[in-house]
Design a protein around this ligand. Structure first.
Ligand SMILES: [Ca+2]
Length: 266
């Protein structure tokens, strides 16, 4: 009888030990599984690159959009011309203005520094007919910095290229009204909007500004362009599209443009 009880005890011991081994093994496999998952995550992080890259790709214009074209008149009395979006974007080339920007002395105040860029561009207005003998010729920024002459699109593309070269964190766009290209930059709570005719509007956005207050500021700047360039009294200019070397946006009305411009501050 005693022998029998000892046998049962032994079996019970064996059973408990086996169970422990199984549990330990289970714990071990969980540890391996977690280890493998951590390893996959680390490999993905190291070789997959920073996550911002995905965001950047999302904002990049897709090929389909690049193939679209836009009808535009670059100057009053000019002919309607078809431009591909790619052609427009290809005329903003910040790298061509790097040496020019490096040669200037800046104060780090964007308004003052933009005036310095304009001053040092030493740009004189000359129609494409006068300069190149053709109705419409879009110079590259490199050409403009050599010729120091041209018309509205030449100045605007070159200025925006230079502004991006000055500080690539600035959100700078060529903004197209009917027959007039202008330069708009947003940086550090400030909108600076200018054109080749020495207009320069700027508005600072404060932390207490409501959405409505920012809308009013954008509308004020829009109205100033309408007042300056309107053909008939009371006529409002419309913003048609905006672009830089990385982005192209088209607007169906000025409200759409204002909402887009407001979002630049996000
Ligand atoms: Ca031109």
């Amino acid at each position: 009888m005693k022998e029998h009880i000892e046998k049962i005890k032994d079996n019970l011991k064996k059973f408990i030990e086996e169970k422990k081994v199984i549990e330990n093994a289970k714990r071990y496999w969980w540890a391996i599984l977690i280890g493998v998952l951590v390893l996959i995550y680390i490999i993905g992080f190291v070789f997959g690159g920073p996550s911002e890259e995905v965001g950047l790709k999302d904002t990049e214009i897709n090929k389909e959009e690049l193939e679209t074209s836009i009808t535009y008149i670059t100057h009053p009395g000019g002919d309607e011309t078809q431009y591909t979006v790619e052609f427009l974007m290809d005329h903003v080339i910040p790298s061509q203005t790097d040496a020019f920007i490096d040669s200037l002395t800046f104060t780090q105040n964007p308004l003052t520094d933009f005036k310095e860029i304009v001053r040092m561009m030493r740009f004189s207005k000359l129609s494409d007919k006068g300069r190149f003998g053709v109705e419409d010729y879009w110079q590259t920024p490199a050409e403009v910095l050599v010729t120091k002459e041209g018309d509205n699109e030449d100045w605007t593309n070159t200025f925006i290229s230079a502004a991006i070269s000055y500080d690539s964190s600035f959100k700078c766009y060529v903004v197209a009204f009917e027959t007039l290209l202008t330069a708009l930059c947003y940086t550090d709570n400030q909108y600076i909007w200018m054109d080749d005719d020495e207009t320069m509007h700027s508005r600072t956005i404060t932390s207490t500004d409501t959405e409505q207050a920012i809308k009013v500021k954008m509308q004020e700047m829009l109205d100033m362009y309408s007042k300056r360039y309107r053909v008939r009294a009371g006529e409002k200019l419309n913003v048609l599209f905006a672009y830089n070397n990385k982005d192209f946006v088209q607007f169906s009305n000025n409200q759409e443009f204002i909402e887009w411009a407001m979002a630049l501050s996000d």
